[in-house]
Design a protein around this ligand. Structure first.
Ligand code: KMH
Ligand code: ZN
Length: 272
């Protein structure tokens, strides 16, 4: 089996210090959390950025600052900026970090309700525009799918030439408004992607470690982090993203799956 690529989604756009005081806002806090995840075995940092007061932003300059600071602390790590940003942001606003030509960026593959009154909008034309900018800047997209229909959208846009190989999917399961994160949901998603594609699983909340374990067993990859889950075990808040990554490494070790370094992750995912 391929080595396990661990992504740490350290910050998110919706989770706050009220949920867990270790959620990072400032550049220093973001670096602290990225380094804690990297030191424990994360190869990829999925990155959102905030103003110092916690307000989510897609500012190119803020991403530039954060990426440079992360790279100083973790020189070989893969930084994967979000182009999802926060609910309500425009396409152009969300695309800003791609101007920095990072190695990877997320590409959200469909619209969904996002808890309460929120809608995370990604129309077919939006997805085409994100894909066009991402590929033209030589970035590998992580194809974020919150529902099976999003995989179908990817396959349709692949046939039409908008989505290219290598295809790397992220199944984000358990969002209030998206697909749930039961084992059958994961298997259904995994069996629906092209056989030559790679995938990672991000289970939201209580699904984080169960789905991660399923993916470790199945040969997929894993995403953990405060963006998805703030607890290390039932009712116990994690002290850092590193603590969440360390738990995944322990589970992988028990199951005999080795951990990929950032350079090994580049080869597995086909990052040029
Ligand atoms: N913050 C969510 C609305 C991504 O990073 O590409 C979207 C999100 C997806 O987090
Ligand atoms: Zn995200």
């Amino acid at each position: 089996m391929e080595k396990l690529v661990i992504t740490a989604a350290i910050c998110g756009a919706e989770v706050t210090k009220e949920h867990n005081p270790a959620v990072p806002y400032t550049i220093e806090e973001i670096v602290r959390e990225a380094k804690s995840a990297y030191d424990e075995g994360a190869a990829i940092i999925h990155l959102h950025v905030r103003e110092d007061d916690g307000t989510p932003t897609q500012s190119k300059d803020r991403f530039d600052l954060a990426i440079k600071a992360i790279k100083k602390a973790c020189p070989d790590v893969i930084v994967q900026p979000s182009t999802g940003g926060a609910v309500g942001m425009s396409v152009d606003e969300r695309l800003q970090p791609t101007e920095l030509s990072p190695e990877m960026a997320t590409l959200d593959c469909g619209t969904l309700n996002f808890g309460g009154d929120e809608i995370f909008v990604n129309t077919e034309n939006d997805i085409k525009k994100f894909a066009e900018k991402i590929y033209s800047r030589n970035i590998l997209p992580e194809l974020e799918c919150f529902d099976k229909g999003h995989i179908d959208m990817v396959k349709r846009l692949h046939k039409k030439g908008f989505i290219k190989e290598p295809m790397h999917f992220s199944f984000v399961l358990g969002v209030n408004g998206g697909m749930s994160g039961e084992l059958r949901d994961f298997i259904f998603m995994r069996d629906s992607i092209p056989t030559n594609a790679t995938y990672s699983v991000a289970g939201i909340g209580r699904y984080e470690f169960t789905l991660a374990t399923a993916s470790i067993i199945a040969g997929g990859h894993v995403r953990v982090g405060f963006e998805d889950n703030i607890f290390i075990s039932k009712g116990v808040k994690a002290k850092s993203n590193g603590e969440l990554v360390a738990k995944i490494v322990r589970i992988a070790n028990e199951l005999g799956r080795e951990i990929a370094s950032p350079n090994e992750a580049r080869v597995i995912l086909g990052i040029k």
